[in-house]
Design a protein around this ligand. Structure first.
Ligand code: OSB
Ligand code: MG
Length: 369
């Protein structure tokens, strides 16, 4: 691949519904889009999943911009890259900053697949033709509002409902939800809102046949999660605290959880996400693809990686209409009967609509190679 130019754009898109987790509420989604343009004028696209604030992890939109501008883009600038899998190695001497690295690598993956004339899913090694889809529902103002949102998503056919919990919005809420929806595939996500002091409280969740409890403890903990998993029956799912395939190996070894949520950005890119998937598959650990309220571009990458055989559980890859009045891709992501068909077009398989992207761009910068 011979890149002539990379464009970074800072976009702002209004969410249809504010999304509340244990760490805060998001109304507008602000993020970085990376467009890598080659000498034939073909563009590869990806997005950084870093939020404006370091609330989910330590990265932010501006630290990502800084890393891309000052360190990451200069490494690939003018360099001939045959396969996007090489990029992880090229960036390896830079510590951390996984979301920034992933945004750059992802654009090369899309471009690579487009140049090969194959879907990104196929370039990654995915064999599925369709993937199962769940939906993640934020903390609401009242139990009634939550029940209503669940009902509408169950009616849309989502294969699994995830609700966010935090201290004060947990056991009683889950009990209420189970009372109204005794049969649905249900799980909870705490986004690190608890500590080992809450084990007795969290044990009560065992009464509700949850598929899993996602990330109850700290974003950088594996040890306390393994203690919790010894004491609860419900499988623990790890999100924030798994930053690499090595973390996954260690978490499996010490029993920190039984399921892993994979986010491409959190682990530093598609290449590392594949490796993590392989580690889990070899150990018989279920994985599924998480979400970061991405635009259609990030979502397209999530859909592609979910086509790997080891993604055995429905992911947080809800339809575009779950988030946006109008997405920035054509066609938008649609979910039928809880399934998304893997696109057959080359690359991410959804076309970025440049006019809509420009309308939502707050700031942009070009890097000539
Ligand atoms: O923990 O998975 C998470 C959203 C923002 C930050 C963290 C998380 C989430 C979600 C939403 O659960 C997933 C999505 O619908 O994109
Ligand atoms: Mg999570």
């Amino acid at each position: 691949m011979r890149i002539n130019r990379i464009i970074l754009r800072h976009l702002k898109m209004k969410l249809i519904h504010p999304f509340t987790t244990s760490f805060g509420t998001m109304r507008d989604k602000e993020f970085i889009l990376v467009e890598a343009i080659d000498h034939d004028g073909v563009s590869g696209w990806a997005e950084s999943v870093a939020f404006p604030e370091p609330s989910y992890n330590e990265e932010t939109l501006r630290t990502n911009w800084h890393m891309l501008e000052s360190f990451l883009i200069p490494i690939v600038q003018g360099r001939e890259i045959e396969h996007p899998g090489e990029i992880t190695g090229l960036l390896q001497h830079i510590r951390g900053n996984h979301m920034a690295k992933s945004a750059l690598e992802g654009a090369y993956w899309d471009l690579y697949a487009k140049k090969q004339g194959i879907p990104l899913a196929a370039a990654i090694g995915g064999k599925k033709q369709e993937i199962e889809v769940g939906v993640s529902i934020g903390i609401k103002n009242s139990p009634a509002e939550l029940l209503e949102t669940i009902a509408s998503n169950v009616a849309k056919g989502y294969k699994r409902i995830k609700i966010k919990i935090k201290p004060g919005w947990d056991v009683d809420i889950v009990a209420e939800v189970r009372k109204h929806f005794p049969q649905i595939a249900l799980m909870v996500d705490a986004n690190s809102a608890y500590t080992l002091a809450d084990v007795e409280h969290l044990k009560q969740l065992d009464a509700f046949s949850l598929m899993m409890i996602e990330q109850p403890f700290a974003y950088n903990d594996l040890i306390d999660h393994s203690e919790l998993q010894k004491q609860v029956q419900t499988p623990i799912c790890l999100d924030e605290c798994i930053h690499s395939s090595e973390d996954a190996r260690k978490a499996i070894q010490i029993g920190s959880g039984k399921i892993i949520n994979v986010k491409i950005g959190r682990v530093g890119g598609i290449q590392e996400a594949i490796k993590l998937h392989n580690v889990c598959q070899e150990s018989g650990v279920d994985v599924w693809c998480g979400g970061m309220l991405e635009s259609g571009i990030g979502r397209a990458h999530n859909i592609a990686i979910s086509s790997l055989a080891g993604f055995t559980l429905p992911g947080d890859t809800a339809a575009s209409a779950n988030y946006w009045e109008e997405d920035i891709i054509e066609p938008e992501v649609v979910v039928h009967d809880g399934l998304i068909r893997i696109p057959e077009k080359p690359g991410i398989g959804y076309a970025p609509v440049v006019k809509r992207i420009q309308e939502r761009t707050e700031y942009e910068q070009s890097f000539l190679f």
